[in-house]
Ligand binder design. Structure first.
Ligand code: AHG
Ligand code: MN
Ligand code: MN
Length: 324
């Protein structure tokens, strides 16, 4: 008797899924594939970091005054390499680069700007806790200074998402019409679609903040935290934005990195942390604010600008913002 072979039904790779999406042009799909390819390499580097001795600092301080980790540098190089090879990428901007990198002008087909935090969660790299890559894709602009195109508000994003290097490697992506999730299937070496049109729970009693800064927060944030303590909330904080936002997306709650007296704009960067995460969360039915306005509507003035971040379930974000 012939043996039955199990065939997985409806197996959809990232490539196949993007190819079928009406809102995704072939050139945009090419850029996302380049990010996915870099993500696969970064995932491998993260997994083998202790074996290959690529942990610890790289001996350089980046322009944020933070010590660059060896894996920050490697991840940045991998993304730049994969994106430069993609014929539609015009400009790249990275947390680890002082200035935008012009890959090719508009006239040579440079249609997109890609902004990224190559490896988010630096403090967790050495201890095998989840880290990630965050990316934002904007239209490039035809003009004398191609690099100027990186300074567009988040509402102009064509696509955004993140890759989480955790107990599994996954990509969460929006191309402006809902949010989908893909998991890297190690047996195939491909990201496969696992969830379509993710929706964030409208409310959930979880807050995620570095509460050690309590005394440095504004009275409004302090009042919110007192409310959360009195109202039976749970607290979860990994310290990698990608991991904290991913949990918030799936389980609901609110993630905050507000202003402190030391850092009046908070710590997170608008263009490659705030904006892409805000687009993902809004596209999943959540809210993302600075406390004064939607994150996506902030007019950027400079590449590495910071902004306070309050994002998550709409009702939970509201509990915070109405106290500010
Ligand atoms: P990065 O590693 O890219 O510099 O980002 C780290 C960020 C973010 O991942 C996280 O939410 C935050 O730093 C944690 O900061 P604290 O240690 O101040 O809580
Ligand atoms: Mn980061
Ligand atoms: Mn980083």
């Amino acid at each position: 008797m012939a043996k039955k072979t199990a065939i997985r039904q409806n197996l959809k790779t990232l490539q196949r899924h993007l190819g079928a999406k009406k809102d995704t042009s072939e050139s945009l799909a090419g850029v996302i594939s380049a990010i996915a390819l870099a993500g696969k390499s970064i995932a491998e580097k993260v997994r083998r970091a202790r074996i290959e001795d690529v942990l610890g600092d790289a001996g350089e301080i980046n322009l944020h005054g933070e010590v660059q980790q060896k894996l920050d540098v490697l991840s940045n190089a991998l993304l730049l390499h994969c994106l430069s090879a993609c014929p539609r990428v015009g400009v790249c901007a990275s947390e680890e680069e002082d200035e935008p990198v012009v890959v090719r002008p508009w006239s040579d087909g440079g249609e997109f700007c890609v902004l990224f935090d190559p490896l988010d969660g630096s403090s967790n790299i050495d201890v095998a806790v989840s880290v990630g890559t965050i990316f934002s894709i904007l239209p490039a602009l035809d003009g004398p200074d191609p690099a100027a195109a990186v300074l567009q508000p988040g509402t102009r994003q064509i696509a955004a998402g993140y890759i989480l290097y955790g107990s599994s490697v996954l990509m969460v992506l929006t191309t402006g019409d809902g949010v989908d999730m893909y998991v890297l299937d190690p047996s195939l070496g491909e990201f496969v679609l696992v969830m379509e049109r993710l929706e964030i729970p409208s409310a959930s009693k979880i807050y995620s903040v570095n509460e050690a800064y309590f005394d440095l927060f504004s009275p409004g944030i302090q009042a919110y935290l007192r409310f959360a303590h009195e109202s039976g909330y749970g607290s979860r904080y990994v310290g990698s934005m990608v991991a904290d936002v991913h949990r918030t997306l799936l389980k609901g709650g609110v993630f905050l990195y507000p202003a402190t007296t030391k850092h009046p704009d908070g710590k997170l960067r608008l263009l490659y942390e705030g904006n892409p995460m805000a687009l993902v969360i809004e596209q999943a039915g959540g809210a993302a604010a600075t406390g004064e306005q939607r994150i996506l509507e902030v007019e950027p003035r400079k590449l590495h600008q910071r902004c306070p971040v309050i994002l998550g379930s709409p009702e939970e974000v509201e509990h915070v913002t109405r106290r500010l």
